[in-house]
Ligand binder design. Sequence first.
Ligand code: G4P
Length: 528
Amino acid sequence: MSALQTEVDRRRTFAIIAHPDAGKTTLTEKLLLFGGAIQMAGEVKARGDRRRARSDWMKVEQERGISVASSVMTFEYEKRMFNLLDTPGHEDFSEDTYRVLTAVDSAIMVLDGAKGIEGQTRKLFEVCRLRDMPVTTFINKLDRESMDPFELLDVIEQQLALDVTPATWPIGMGRDFKGCYDLINDRLILIEKTKNDLPDDGLVCQGVDDPQLDNLLPENLLEKLREDVAMVRELCPEFDPQAYLDGTMTPVYFGSAINNFGVRELLEGIGNRSPIPSSFKTTGREVTPYDNKVSGFVFKIQANMDPKHRDRIAFFRLVSGKFKRGMKLKLVRDGKLVNLHNPVMFMAQDRELAETAWPGDIFGIPNHGNLRIGDSLTEGEELRFTGIPNFAPEYIQTVRPEDPMKAKHLGRALQQLAEEGAARVFKPTIGSEWFVGVVGMLQFDVMGDRIRTEYDVPCRFEATSLYTAVWVECDDKFKLKAFIDGNKANMAEDHSGSPVFLARNAWRLDKARDDNPDIRFLKTKEQL
Ligand code: G4P
């Protein structure tokens, strides 16, 4: 087997989706603990503090106590390499989350056992479904009073229209939560042993009727476990690997992340059953991870991660080939070569130079603004990866510099932030103001803060009466030009010069649609 194939086959690139507070951060920390990226459970807190200290670069993040940035963590467990992409949980940053989900091959959906499916979980799940992405479910906080496990399975099945099959089964809950029975490997794993340490391997048994269990569990719980497992085997479909890979079935794990419980089984499940790095579509052919030539795409840009170096990092998903540091790759958008002499990998919280990377890996490319979201980099081939969306803004405001002399500086800052994907920026054909469009209101605060601190341009955002901004396209360029010329007062350009129609209200947009059947009014635009 070639090194490329071996490395591809041992990689799992995934994200965690969850409603805020379900336990995504806690689970992430525990996964890293297993991966040896952090030491013992006791250090998690210290690490948390350190992490907070590190993300000082963004004041808004501190003030609001939310994680604005998504990052990536790489760790190894039982010979497999895991790339875990963090997604911001706050709904104002869902746009970022959507893009992160374009760069992973599977997802873990974390639910709070007492709450079931919550708003943000459902939204994020729908994004996974758009890509038929395999989703594994982790039901957390079983150490608290939770919904009945059968009811939880039913909720997932009904609300997400997914087939569900439990991979583990909880024994008791709340104060009586004793552990889980691993239905796949017939193992009993008890919680007492795992609170402060990595859990042991559990007790392998011959099914739930194994007499070994009689001494380990109180009689009432054991009886309930035996009944439940009989019912599970009768009522739930068996795990179907293909249905999981097709995104129509989710295996369900139960646990308590804070107690470090159920996490290993989850990680083993991801390692054994989640897909290897996917093939990706381009404007030309489909690229498989086994292609020898290097290719990949930028799905996220983050500016000024390190306050000491005013850098920008483009997060790059390697799709094919073996990447070596120092390679020169073609930026397909403009045909220029990009020299990758200092790509960074994110091992847990530390950055390291990436000497080599394999398909499925994510690395950061420091740059001064020449890379944009959606950019494809290849070893020369004319391939553009598709499917990285730009969303039509839901809120639009104007932005003005406090000091009118700084209008040009503001323009430059807005252009850079738009390229980074922090917001949409529109320059109307008529007039000198700028419009900024976002998907969540909080993005205005983040933008304003960054323009003030990073670009030194104090500015003000003000409400507008605009309803929405949509991209316009037409196969006939003369018709497009006629439309633009005829609607000058409502036209603008985005940061890349694409024409945008600014609608004052829904009626105007509908009318423009009716009057111009050849023009396409688009709420999302692929970043090419
Ligand atoms: P998030 O990233 O999805 O928003 O969730 P996070 O991990 O921050 O967890 C949200 C809260 O739930 C935290 O409590 C965390 O300690 C708690 N939690 C996580 N997993 C479990 C679990 O398995 N059982 C129980 N009982 N609680 C859990 P907090 O009070 O908001 O923060 P903290 O002060 O405890 O850190």
